[in-house]
Design a protein around this ligand. Structure first.
Ligand SMILES: Cc1ncc(C[n+]2csc(CCOP(=O)(O)OP(=O)(O)O)c2C)c(N)n1
Ligand SMILES: [Mg+2]
Length: 1014
């Protein structure tokens, strides 16, 4: 998923610049760095029988029957295998060269930036360089570029107070200039004014002198708690980062270092019953919302005691107990879930709210637009928090949009937009207070843009500087580290704590993080016996659907649409938390008149007319359904499901599993499906095999009004996402529908016609065609049994197998395409279950593999009809099994070529090692701390040592550069794991080192005789 990038630090392209930076930062010569020298780098017995079966139809039957008589039972058990003023000094331009000088003086190295700067090691404002102001003036003078929004012809909403007011966009924070920087978005905020620059020591002097202090905006416990939370986020992630480099955390790791103030400021206003949705960079959100560091760390380690039992990991964290709906591996995907959770709060009559965290990268994604628009129009109790850290992976915001003032986009949706200094926890806190109050009052959503910065690479293993930003920019932002800013305020500005007080908090947090690490390390691996748990609810069917139907129940002749509508109405009366989202399904009663009367009975809050935003309202339906309000998402045509495919396949279907069973998405997706009188290429598909392919989705394809109603009612009580494909061609059909509480279970096929010569397994509108064919075949002496599958997932292979045991022949008739379709799946299932019962190969008839054409003659030729079924059935019985047109049979696709000669197999490619010690390196215990090639980028497995910066006997500081390793993607800087003396260099320049491999040893400064540090 991620951008392919180097394991860490620097790209090859920026070698010269890197060298210069290093020279400046380290005040030493840059040694000859990277020139590119890429270091790139069964049952055999059945076979004979089947072979004879293939030879000829008649022979096949005879052979198979003989085989059945003989070995028979062999496969019997096979089936079991189953903007008030933007914060701070924040956003004006950054100091350049001098800032770095100051940085160096303050002891920062690039590795500090990489690890996330620890508060006490950060340069103080006092260390800010002379000349910062001069630089700023010079820059200001030279900034003649007009803001992007102006260039675009739009109002620069955030940069003009009055304009901002008109538009509803405001800026919040302590520095009015903070958001006036469209042309300088990639620049860090300037350092604070010299007057307030003081070290902790200087401040305590000021304290003694009795200088007047600023009034604290919040009470002391709140301020200290904000500080403690931010330190927790920082320390936790620094520990996770080290664990990742050692190979202890499998998978990717995106760190939030530098952005802590946003999560902490926002979550301070939330209670456990409020929900948040998060991103790939979500550890901070999880901790700020209250997740225990222990279960979070264990999850990052992929362990059993993790919050998701090791099923989710860093980008898929869930904790229902604290209201963490989930971090998310898909950009923008969680925004709609929070919209839905906010709508759900309303329908459940609570004043709970939901918050969506997302990055600047999400704001150009349809999910952002669709979800915020829908939430706004629904007055959802949701707050949208954009963490604008200026980059989406390596893409600067200013290259992704002409309007880089994200808060101003709120105006497009008619909601308030607030820009705030995301590194100033108090500014974030203030902005969120208003937004949360507004949402709780029922006044609808707010968009908060928190301007912030990550001081680490995009993911662990990614260069901190990279090819897209400068060390200077990073250093400037480091000077506005959110923890340092708050620390200084608490001590100096408000005088509510001493450095010692805060150090004590730091120490307490450190202990908690160490405890979390120990907990994660000792937690066992997940039990592989649980692999299949949590795909679906167990049992999959709601109890009411499994109650035996009363065969004597009176029935009523009812049309399809009325039957389903009645079922929905019955369930909505039963459960006041059921909502219905759809385009035109409100007062107007739906495109097919299929929701007629529901709006009138249940009102607009439950029968929600949506904008044309399939992705947005499906995401919201999921979010609402996962938080206590079950929702039907009506997408009108099956073809339109693809507009919401990400939400269905990547979110709804996976939610239960990723969350280890904590969460579920019982959303019902309803569509009209299938071909009907030249509806054409975009309105005729069923696509059911695609959805059935996805673990976690239930797919229903009913064939009668009774089943359509019964399956809908079951779906509205089930615990998993259900797609109900209602065949449009059947909308006008009528049938007997049982009165009373009629539910149809999932995964239970029904034999709808009894016969002895051939089983026809089918579903949806083709059940009727199969009946037609069976009548004709009966006239020719072929007695067909018809199985109506009813649901495609679960697929009731047992009922089909039972029928095949009786008829010994099977024809599968399906409206989907043959390729990877129902025929292939069911045919293979029969081979697994009843191979010895088959007297002929399984046949299949499918819709021809072309796009639904308009012309009736072409459409007729494409679709399955009774005639095609009859021909196929006769073929099976006579031994000429039908073979569907399939692209493998197509002619004219490519010129006939001579068979290609076999290709010599190259050596298998090496997989990136997991955390085991690579076989090729020294695994002997060492007298000291090993220097290793860090784990990180998942696509890299090894690198070549291009430089040793230290020699045996040299003294090193912790985190100091000791060597450089060049991989396929970047030059990786290897750091000293501890302070001490280089005790050994085990791999020379030129050696190829696998990830995790040991290349040398540091004897720690505080080592005992064994070389281990105390
Ligand atoms: C839909 C989607 N497209 C692309 C990606 C790959 N990807 C992962 S993170 C990321 C950048 C996101 O940037 P932003 O939203 O600004 O968040 P940040 O990483 O800056 O916190 C990208 C492109 C993805 N995960 N999902
Ligand atoms: Mg970003």
């Amino acid at each position: 998923m991620e951008r392919p990038s180097g394991p860490k630090l620097k790209t090859k392209r920026s070698a010269t610049r890197r060298a210069a930076i290093r020279r400046a930062a380290r005040k030493g010569p840059a040694a000859g760095t990277a020139t590119k020298r890429s270091a790139r780098k069964g049952p055999a017995a059945g076979t004979a029988t089947k072979r004879s079966a293939r030879k000829g139809p008649a022979a096949a039957t005879a052979t198979k029957r003989a085989a059945r008589k003989g070995a028979g039972a062999g496969n019997a058990d096979a089936s079991k295998g189953l903007a008030r003023k933007a914060a701070g000094p924040g956003n004006a331009e950054a100091p350049k060269g001098p800032a770095r000088k100051g940085t160096a003086a303050g002891g920062m190295t690039r590795s500090t930036a990489r690890k996330g700067v620890e508060p006490e090691r950060l340069p103080t404002q006092g260390a800010a360089p002379e000349g910062t102001a001069r630089r700023r003036v010079a820059r200001k003078g030279s900034t003649t570029k007009r803001p992007a929004t102006e260039r675009a012809g739009a109002k620069t909403l955030g940069s003009d107070k009055s304009e901002a007011k008109r538009s509803g966009a405001e800026t919040l924070g302590s520095d009015k200039s903070a958001t006036k920087r469209p042309a300088a978005m990639a620049k860090a905020p300037a350092a604070r004014k010299p007057a307030s620059r003081r070290s902790d020591a200087k401040m305590s002097k000021a304290k003694k002198s009795g200088r007047r202090r600023a009034a604290a905006p919040l009470d002391t416990p709140t301020l200290l708690s904000l500080y403690e939370k931010m330190v927790l986020l920082r320390r936790f992630e620094s520990a996770a980062q080290m664990a990742c480099r050692k190979g202890e955390t499998p998978g990717f790791l995106h760190l939030y270092i530098g952005e802590e103030a946003t999560a902490v400021g926002v979550c301070a206003h939330l209670r456990p019953s409020d929900w948040i949705t998060s991103t790939h960079r979500g550890h901070g959100h999880a901790l700020a919302k209250g997740m225990s560091p222990r279960i979070l760390m264990a999850e990052l380690f992929g362990k059993r005691d993790g919050c998701c039992g090791g099923r989710g990991g860093t980008m898929h964290l869930y904790d229902r107990a604290v209201g963490l709906f989930g971090t998310n591996g898909i950009v923008a995907a969680g925004i709609g879930h929070a919209a839905g959770a906010g709508i759900s709060a309303r329908i459940r009559n609570t004043d709970d709210i939901a918050v969506a965290f997302f990055g600047d990268g999400a704001v150009n994604h349809g999910g952002f637009h669709e979800s915020i628009n829908f939430a706004a129009i629904q007055q959802a109790a949701t707050v949208f928090v954009c963490e604008n850290n200026l980059y989406a992976t390596a893409t600067p915001l200013k290259e992704a949009t002409l309007n880089t003032e994200i808060a101003t986009r709120a105006a497009a949706y008619g909601i308030p937009g607030v820009a705030v200094d995301g590194n100033d926890v108090l500014a974030v806190h203030a902005a969120m207070r208003d937004a949360a109050d507004r949402a709780r009052r029922g006044d609808g959503p707010t968009l908060i843009e928190a301007k912030t910065y990550r001081t680490v690479g995009h993911h662990e293993g990614d260069p901190v500087v990279g090819s897209y930003r400068t060390q200077e920019e990073i250093d400037a932002w480091l000077q506005r580290d959110p923890i340092v800013l708050l620390r200084r305020r608490l001590i100096d500005d408000y005088g509510i704590a001493t450095a010692a007080d805060l150090d004590a908090i730091d120490a307490r947090v450190e202990k908690a993080v160490e405890d979390a690490l120990a907990f994660a390390r000792q937690s066992p691996e997940p039990d592989t016996a649980t692999l299949h748990a949590h795909v679906f609810a167990e049992p999959l069917n709601p109890p009411a659907a499994l109650a035996p139907a009363d065969p004597a129940a009176p029935t009523q002749t009812t049309g399809w649409l009325d039957a389903v509508r009645d079922g929905i109405a019955e369930e909505m009366r039963r459960d006041p938390h059921i909502m219905y989202f759809g385009e035109g399904t409100g007062e107007r009663g739906g495109t097919f008149a299929h929701t007629k009367g529901l709006w009138q009975e249940f009102g607009p809050k439950r029968m929600v007319d949506t904008p044309i935003s399939e992705q947005g309202f499906t995401a919201a339906a999921l979010g609402a359904s996962a938080t206590g309000a079950r929702t039907i998402a009506d997408l009108m045509f099956a073809d339109f499901l693809f507009e919401a495919a990400g939400q269905i396949v990547l979110q709804a279907s996976k939610l239960r599993y990723m969350s280890n069973g904590q969460m579920n998405a019982p959303v019902v997706v309803r569509v009209g499906a299938g071909a009907l009188r030249s509806a054409g290429p975009h309105h005729s598909g069923t696509y059911h095999p695609m959805w059935a392919h996805v673990p976690g989705l239930i797919v229903a394809l009913p064939s009668t009004p009774a089943d359509a109603k019964g399956l809908m009612k079951t779906a509205l009580r089930a615990a998993d996402p259900v797609i109900i494909l209602e065949t449009k061609a059947l909308f006008a059909s009528k049938g007997e529908v049982p009165e009373g509480n009629h539910l149809v279970p999932f995964g239970v096929a029904r034999i709808v016609r009894s016969g002895s010569d051939l089983t026809i397994a089918t579903a949806g509108q083709l059940v009727d065609r199969a009946f037609e064919a069976a009548d004709r075949l009966a006239a020719e002496g072929i007695d067909c049994e018809i199985v109506d599958l009813r649901t495609i997932m679960p697929l009731d292979v047992d009922t089909v197998a039972t029928s095949v045991r009786k008829t010994h022949r099977l024809l599968i008739v399906d409206e989907g395409y043959a390729m990877c379709g129902v025929g292939a799946e069911l045919g293979q299932a029969m081979q697994e279950l009843v191979f010895d019962e088959l007297d002929a190969p399984v046949g299949r008839v499918h819709t021809e593999p072309v796009i639904h054409p308009l012309a009736p003659a072409l459409e007729r030729a494409m679709l399955v009809d009774a005639e095609k079924i009859v021909a196929a059935a006769k073929g099976i019985v006579s031994g000429a099994v039908p073979v569907p047109v399939h692209w493998r049979h197509a002619t004219g696709m490519a010129p006939a070529l001579p068979a290609a000669p076999p290709v010599a197999r190259t050596a298998p490619r090496k997989e990136s090692p997991q955390a085991e010690t690579p076989a090729s390196v020294n695994a002997e215990p060492v007298n000291g701390e090993p220097i290793t090639m860090p784990f990180g980028d998942l696509t890299i497995s090894e690198g070549k040592i291009v430089r040793w910066a230290k020699a045996v006997g040299d003294t090193v500081a912790a985190g100091e550069l000791v060597a450089e390793i060049e991989t396929d993607k970047a030059v990786v800087e290897i750091e000293a794991p501890v302070a001490g003396v280089i005790a050994g260099i085990e791999q020379p320049v030129g050696a190829i080192v696998p990830m995790g491999g040991r290349i040398g040893v540091v004897r720690p400064a505080d080592a005992d005789a064994t070389g281990r540090s105390g």
